[in-house]
Write a protein that binds this ligand. Structure first.
Ligand SMILES: Cc1ncc(COP(=O)(O)O)c(C=O)c1O
Length: 372
């Protein structure tokens, strides 16, 4: 097996985006402008800023959410965070007491689980099916329910509208808070968009969490949360207590990038590129690798999960692929309990169409020999 940090000929890691297609010159201008703003701010006296974030960025986010997710909010409702992870942390801190039950999806997103556990929560791993979280299986006393409705992590299916409505009704009956992690729903390739939980929420139960880690890149560490009204003040206070506020320079540059229309332009460009990669990948998985893999139905996102047919083992495939300098990653680690599916997660955020063709053609030559 290769060491974990070795460079592979073809790597299909999840959580990776493509910096080669990012408009660096435009970004440089936004950063330069932000530097001038930072220099002038406070009339020569440097001071702390609003814990909720810079107005330009919050305005950019609120307009974007209204337009693309039907999430209607004022800019003051947006709290800028250090990625989605800090948004989850802030919501967890203000909602959960040690010993409270937090329901998470099974399989699910390990960093969210680790975070809620670190805050002292008791985790309830609630299974998902082809419609998303099985609401009937939620434990009665869950104080918080964490879900990824646009693109279930890791399996990929969107939560059906019926389940969304059911979840909202359940939360209302049980006095629970829902965290809607909309981490990569921007890239939707098929079907009609399903309303976000936040846009369906009439009872003030949903904290909507977004991130720039998939639309731009994860090392920017920029995200946000739109909490329900009742959590607005506590979240603002928690953000101030945690790190006072996020970096002014990055926020201001990103605000300009959004308000000037560059973010929307970039999303359109990336959508086109990712759509081609996804089509190439699904084509290869269904044709040349069709005996071994079946892509799980996902309408959005920049990764997909391909289920393995009976006769192949996830760990065997992963190991053989790695030995052939191809990175595909088993879904086993996303299960807290016994895994119900065998499959691999394939990220196409950082892989060109050529890399997808090269990598999966090479993998196709290995698969017959791996059949047990
Ligand atoms: C389910 C999920 N939520 C959120 C994120 C992004 O987290 P952050 O914004 O902290 O980078 C990811 C990234 O892989 C993810 O898979």
């Amino acid at each position: 097996m290769l060491p974990a940090d070795a460079r592979l000929d073809f790597d299909f890691k999840g959580g990776v985006t493509d910096k080669r297609l990012f408009p660096w010159d435009v970004w440089r201008r936004c950063v330069n402008q932000a530097l001038r703003t930072q220099q002038r701010a406070g009339g020569g006296v440097a001071a702390y800023r609003d814990p909720g974030g810079e107005q330009e960025l919050r305005l950019g986010v609120s307009r974007y959410l209204a337009f693309s997710r039907a999430v209607v909010c004022n800019w003051q409702d947006v709290v800028v965070t250090q990625g989605a992870q800090q948004a989850l942390d802030l919501v967890g801190r203000v909602v959960i007491q040690p010993g409270d039950v937090v329901a998470v999806e099974e399989p699910g997103y390990p960093p969210a689980r680790a975070l809620f556990a670190a805050l002292g929560a008791k985790l309830a791993h609630v299974p998902v099916d082809r419609e998303g979280l099985i609401v009937d299986r939620l434990p009665k006393h869950a104080r918080l329910v964490y879900v990824t409705p646009s693109h279930q992590f890791p399996l990929g299916m969107p939560m059906s509208l019926a389940r969304r409505v059911e979840l909202l009704e359940w939360a209302k009956r049980h006095g629970a808070v829902i965290v809607e992690d909309d981490y990569d729903g921007e890239f939707r390739f098929e079907g009609r968009p399903v309303e976000s939980l936040k846009s369906l929420d009439r009872a003030g139960l949903v904290a909507y969490v977004g991130t720039f880690s998939k639309t731009l890149f994860p090392d920017l560490r920029m995200g946000y949360v739109v909490p329900p009204e009742s959590l607005r003040e506590p979240l603002w206070t928690a953000k101030r207590a945690g790190d006072w506020h996020s970096c002014m320079l990055t926020q201001t540059a990103l605000g300009t990038f959004m308000l000037n229309g560059e973010f929307a332009k970039h999303l359109r460009r990336m959508h086109k590129a990712y759509a081609k990669r996804r089509a190439a990948l699904i084509g290869l998985l269904t044709d040349e690798l069709g005996d071994a893999f079946e892509p799980m139905p996902a309408t959005a996102g920049i990764h997909l999960v391909a289920q393995l047919a009976p006769g192949w083992d996830e760990d065997d495939v992963m190991k053989a692929a790695l030995d052939a300098s191809i990175g595909v990653y088993g879904i086993g680690p996303f299960y807290a309990g016994e895994r119900r599916e065998q499959g691999v997660l394939i990220g196409y955020g950082g892989a060109s169409v050529e890399a997808i063709e090269g990598g999966f053609r090479r993998l196709a030559t290995l698969m017959p020999g791996l059949r047990r």
